[in-house]
Design a protein around this ligand. Structure first.
Ligand code: PEP
Ligand code: MG
Length: 780
């Protein structure tokens, strides 16, 4: 018996659609899942999908539930042919009892459809373009009711969206294959571009400056991201028919939901689940009752759906953009991203951003997560944005992919024209537009040098990190997102010296539960098969906020309620995280690290939470690692003073010089105005690092330097001379350091360290170290 339309409409639930999309690997699988689901929901014996071939004229049976499977791919009809073709020709539903008696009926023996005596065909359209037909058939001799036709039309609308998106995904996959095959050809094209004669104008005028988000040098033509549907453009208000506008909004919401699910799937496949988590937030925005009620209220006042959408989203974007907290400020970009896609679906103007025909440098006012998800990564040589956020999700994704990027380039999107030739120097933060020939020559030489250098460094990847006199050092990776695991391994990292767990917390819309955290942490530990992974508990606050955890407004957040202080005040969250870490400890050598410790009381309090976590797991009969080493970050001055006492309470120290420098020298690590005061080679910093190493050696405790200074060759030389043997850094720096180490011996480094510890100012220390390194390189 055919089901009632109200029941049938349950198919429109997000869960069903999500399952369909997320569970299928390609278009055919998606179609098979759809026909089974629709037949079940509609209670019919047959559901089939015919799709239009690329010739735009032939409808081909692509999936069926109920007809003979052998007919799939074989049965074809022209538009207008048979009852199925009639539905496309007429652009509306065709519902017929006893179809075999209809003059337009065509019988295909492969289908064995003579058993079915009712027919309902609904055409699938993507905007005005036909996509195919969905057909229902039953054994009963009956006429489909208006209610059923309307239910199937709703489903057909979703099916069309799914098909369009799945096709897009398939074609992107094909293009990715293709672009790999033609990689060499494209490299040659790029070389030809470099050889092109360019107008001679002054470098000074043409160079634009920005801040480095990910280093590297690339050159090529620009891809200027089209934002014609951006919220910056004001839409004209039109009075609309209230009911029709509500319907348009609902259709656009549905289409955007499906699109977003596809984006989520693509990013999860290409990068990681963590990177894809942002699209979950987008889905939640689409479901947010207040947002939707506000839009609907404006439509009720006879505003068009587009205007209402634009108004509500703009207000949210403006509110987020005004927020003081940098993380929350960046959420304006999420609102804009999802809003832009919704608006584009509403107004029927798709953003055709998939079509990057050649490699190029992406130039945009800002790049949104969905842009990063939909563009062909292989074709993006570099990224330039006017927006200045270095921690935006899109930039984090670019870093994971190793794409050179600079941000905060004022006026870039306006000044760069489509046929300009660009050199992006993301080492120094410069963008050259049509530079003169001598600059092109210079960069060509640099590019050659750097690719030679990369080839040379490649050799070091799998070699041990060893000095000229055979002393082994551990070079580990600082990681945050799961995609960093691959980058770390590619660069030969010996495990993880610092896993910043706040990053996976940041990309979610709620605190991850214990099972989710366990899954995540154990994936990281498994990824390093047997090498140590130091997992640091949540270090939020300062410049790192969580979207779902609003901290109090503080005058001085870096000195405020952050890091372990937040954890200790939220014991359940803290204990849950520790439980997940202890559980992951069964997958490999995990170490547990507490950030921003400033007193012995805090160490005792953390240990008490570990005890609670152990008893909980024990009580629940959940296996966990019993002997996980416990360490503390040495990153506030008090920890330096109390290092001896701390050493008697913990197994290891991680020296967090990023914070230690800012707290010791009273120079905000993110404030460009005081950048010159923020100096790793300041004599006070070197004294303190020397002191901590001595304490750790005296008490036979591990000590790892995990601040950014570990990657600086000058600092490395001094630290090695002081006795440091464990370093953790962004992984791409590891091969370079391995190469440098070959030129260093311990006696030389020790002599250098002793000398700089007697020096009184950082300028002389720096120039002395530069000279030493030069001589070492010349000697080798
Ligand atoms: C540090 O402070 O040096 C450190 C490594 O931690 P973060 O940069 O996450 O504060
Ligand atoms: Mg820190």
């Amino acid at each position: 018996m055919i089901k009632k339309a109200k029941e049938i409409l349950g198919v429109a639930t997000l869960e069903d659609i999500s399952t369909l999309i997320l569970q299928s690997h390609d278009l055919d699988e998606t179609l098979n899942n759809i026909v089974s689901l629709v037949a079940k929901r509609m209670g019919t014996e047959v559901c089939s999908i015919y799709l239009l071939d690329p010739d735009g004229e032939t409808l081909r049976l692509r999936a069926t539930k109920g007809l003979s499977r052998r007919a799939v791919g074989k049965v074809t009809l022209k538009i207008g042919e048979g009852l199925t073709g009639l539905a496309v020709q007429e652009k509306h539903a065709v519902a017929i009892q006893d179809p075999e008696n209809h003059p337009r009926y065509r019988y295909f023996k492969e289908t064995r459809e003579e058993r079915f005596h009712s027919f309902l065909g609904i055409p699938l359209f993507d905007r005005d373009l036909p996509v195919g037909v969905v057909v229902l058939q039953t054994k009963d001799r009956r006429l489909f009711s208006a209610e059923e036709i309307s239910a199937l039309s709703t489903i057909a609308f979703q099916v069309a969206s799914i098909v369009v998106n799945a096709r897009l995904l398939d074609s992107i996959r094909e293009k990715e294959e293709e672009s790999k095959r033609f990689a060499q050809e494209l490299a040659r094209t790029r070389q030809n571009l470099l050889d092109r004669d360019k107008p001679q104008d002054s470098v000074g005028e043409a160079a634009m400056r920005g801040r480095v988000a990910y280093p590297g040098v690339v050159s090529g033509m620009p891809h200027i991201l089209d934002e014609s549907l951006g919220f910056a453009d004001f839409l004209d208000e039109q009075k609309g028919n209230i009911e029709a506008e509500h319907q348009c909004l609902n259709d656009a919401l549905e289409e955007t939901r499906i699109q977003t699910l596809f984006l989520q799937k693509r990013v999860a496949e290409r990068l990681s689940e963590d990177d894809a988590a942002i699209f979950h937030t987008h889905l939640m925005i689409l479901e947010d009752r207040t947002v939707l009620e506000n839009i609907r209220a404006l439509i009720e006042q006879e505003h068009s759906a587009a205007y209402s959408l634009k108004k509500v989203f703009s207000d949210y974007i403006a509110a987020f953009a005004r927020m003081e907290d940098p993380y929350l400020r960046e959420r304006a970009a999420d609102m804009e991203d999802i809003g832009r896609r919704l608006l584009s679906n509403l107004t029927g103007q798709g953003e055709n951003v998939f079509e990057l025909k050649t490699e190029g440098i992406l130039v945009a006012r800002q790049i949104l997560p969905s842009d990063m998800a939909t563009l062909d990564h292989e074709k993006i040589l570099g990224i330039v944005t006017e927006a200045g956020e270095q921690n935006s999700h899109a930039v984090i994704m670019a870093k994971s992919l190793g794409i050179p990027a600079i941000v905060d380039v004022k006026g870039a999107a306006k000044n760069v024209k489509p046929d300009d030739f660009l050199i992006l120097d993301a080492n120094s933060g410069c963008l050259y537009i049509n530079p003169p020939q001598h600059v092109i020559e210079e960069y060509r030489r640099l590019e050659e040098d750097s690719s030679r250098e990369l080839n040379r460094l490649e050799e070091f990847r799998d070699l041990p990190a060893e000095t000229g006199d055979g002393i082994r050092v551990n070079l580990r990776a600082n990681i945050g997102l799961i995609s960093d695991v691959d980058v770390a391994k590619r660069n030969g990292a010996q495990g993880v010296g610092l896993y910043r767990t706040e990053f996976p917390y940041m990309t979610r819309s709620n605190f991850p539960d214990r099972a989710t955290q366990y899954e995540l942490y154990s994936r990281v530990v498994d990824g390093f098969s047997g090498q140590p992974v130091t997992i640091r508990t949540l270090d939020i606050g300062g410049d790192k906020a969580l979207p779902y955890f609003s901290p109090p407004t503080e005058g001085n957040p870096f000195m405020g309620w952050r890091s372990v202080r937040v954890s200790l005040d939220n014991r359940d969250i803290f204990r849950t995280q520790i439980e997940a870490i202890l559980m992951a400890g069964l997958h490999g050598p995990v170490k547990l690290l507490f950030p921003m410790i400033s007193s012995l009381d805090e160490i005792s309090a953390c240990k008490a939470v570990i005890k609670e976590a152990q008893s909980n797991l024990f009580r629940e009969n959940i296996p966990f690692a019993k002997h996980v080493p416990i360490g503390v970050m040495i990153e506030v001055p008090a920890a330096v003073t109390l290092a001896e006492e701390f050493a008697q309470q913990v197994d290891f120290f991680n020296l967090g010089t990023n914070d230690l420098i800012q707290y010791m020298l009273a120079a905000d690590r993110n404030n460009p105005l005081v950048q010159k005061y923020y100096d790793p080679l300041h004599p006070a910093i070197l004294q303190v690092l020397n002191h901590v190493s001595k304490v750790a050696i005296k008490y036979r405790k591990g000590f790892c330097l995990c601040g950014e200074m570990a990657a600086d060759p000058l600092c490395f030389l001094v630290l090695f001379g002081m006795g440091y043997r464990d370093f953790s850094m962004p992984a791409p720096y590891i091969p370079r350091l391995k190469a440098l180490m070959r030129d260093i011996t311990f006696p030389t480094a020790q002599r250098v360290a002793r000398k700089v510890l007697t020096m009184k100012d950082s300028a002389s220390i720096r120039s002395y170290l530069v000279e030493v390194l030069k001589t070492l390189e010349n000697v080798s």
